[in-house]
Design a protein around this ligand. Structure first.
Ligand code: F6P
Length: 360
């Protein structure tokens, strides 16, 4: 087995809290083994730049203050897939050869990629084509990667969404209003479900459980009848309208993201119940906050284990957290096993047991 001397690390896809803790852990563990760590800037965009954007990371530049720092010191991108790189004329170009060449220019023995399902799919394909020795660390506030109970960033996003409900409740009660909170979660409702339970929502809407406004209105009416003058509704951004249409927003740069379903739900509740409604769209504050302790701990465990996998010569593996253990699973299986909210799962049962409605 080759003994690695120089490994690379990049963060790819949307940022989240805890990425810096993972970078720090990788540098620390690699340092113990006498290896050099090269940080690649801006995810795969750094591999496409010439010269390749990178810098040596050592323990003096990755101290414990990184535990407290949101975002990623390496920078990241969730655009510019090297297999379908967007061109100014609106077309796309396969630049995967350039990304692989960029990796080779750095003279690296192995690569640690920190990413969600989209990024890991790209990195795994680059690794396959370029013979790159890859180990992955899961991160996504959406927590929808398969085969791991935890991905870096989810806990902090849930804490932020819970805090938003904590802040909305007193003003809702003061004004006798229905407050609708729209949270992130591209395709999966994990943030809405967890924060809804933790923050005392009355209604949780997630894409995995079809709803009807009529049923949501019934819940709000029943609270009113019981003497409650306010209600809290949390909705995942990827919930569709009753007609099944996704609600998206165009962004500068020609992309579009989910956004706006909260306003639709708020307006429909107002029509159906006559209640005064207000809508808060939480957005990127869920991504950039100070990492919660759990995200710091998971990121640290993942970073150390990722380096240990390389030391053991075990590649194409993603580190994961299962049954109170750091384990590792094939990257391909983790990507294939997309993790939606289970409508029959323990948290949905918990919410129902608390009297929270899903509008079904
Ligand atoms: O996947 C992470 C995520 O934060 C989603 O929850 C959200 O839909 C998306 O990224 C937002 O992307 P952007 O940062 O491009 O607005």
């Amino acid at each position: 087995m080759m003994n690695p001397r120089r490994i690379g690390i990049l963060t790819s896809g949307g940022d989240c809290a805890g990425l810096n803790a993972a970078i720090r852990a990788v540098v620390s563990r690699a340092g113990q083994l006498g290896w050099q760590v090269v940080g690649i800037a801006n995810g795969t965009a750094g591999l496409l730049a010439r010269p390749v954007e990178s810098r040596i990371l050592d323990r003096s530049s990755t101290d414990s203050s990184m535990l407290r720092q949101g975002g990623t010191v390496l920078g990241t991108t969730n655009k510019g897939d090297p297999f379908a790189f967007p061109m100014p004329d609106g077309g796309v170009l396969d630049r995967s050869d350039e990304a692989i060449e960029g990796f080779r220019e750095l003279g690296l023995d192995a690569l640690i990629g920190v990413g969600g399902d989209g990024s890991l799919r790209i990195l795994a394909e680059l690794a396959r084509l370029g013979g790159i020795k890859l180990v992955a660390i899961p991160k996504t506030i959406d927590n929808d990667l398969g085969l791991t109970e935890v991905s870096i960033g989810h806990e902090t996003a849930v804490a932020t969404a819970t805090m938003a409900l904590d802040h909305l409740q007193p003003t809702a009660a003061s004004h006798s209003r229905v407050m609708v909170l729209e949270v992130m979660g591209r395709d999966a409702g994990h943030i809405a479900l967890a924060a809804g339970i933790a923050g005392g929502a009355d209604v949780i809407l997630v894409p995995e459980i079809p709803y009807r406004i009529e049923r949501v209105a019934e819940k709000i009416e029943s609270l009113r009848t019981a003497g409650r003058n306010f209600a809290l509704v949390i909705v995942a951004e990827s919930v569709a309208t009753e007609a099944g249409e996704a609600v998206t927003m165009s962004r500068s740069g020609g992309t579009s993201t989910f956004g706006g379903i909260g306003h639709y739900i708020g307006a429909r509740i107002g029509e159906a119940t006559g209640a005064e409604t207000r809508v808060t769209v939480l957005g990127h504050v869920q991504r950039g906050g100070t990492p919660e302790p759990r995200d710091r701990v998971m990121a640290s465990a993942f970073g150390v284990h990722a380096v240990d996998l390389i030391a053991a010569g075990r590649y194409d593996r993603m580190v994961a957290w299962r049954n109170r253990e750091v384990v590792d699973v094939p990257i391909a299986d983790a990507i294939a096993g997309y993790q939606a909210v289970d409508p029959q799962g323990p948290l949905v049962r918990t919410a129902r047991g608390l009297g929270i409605a899903f509008g079904d």
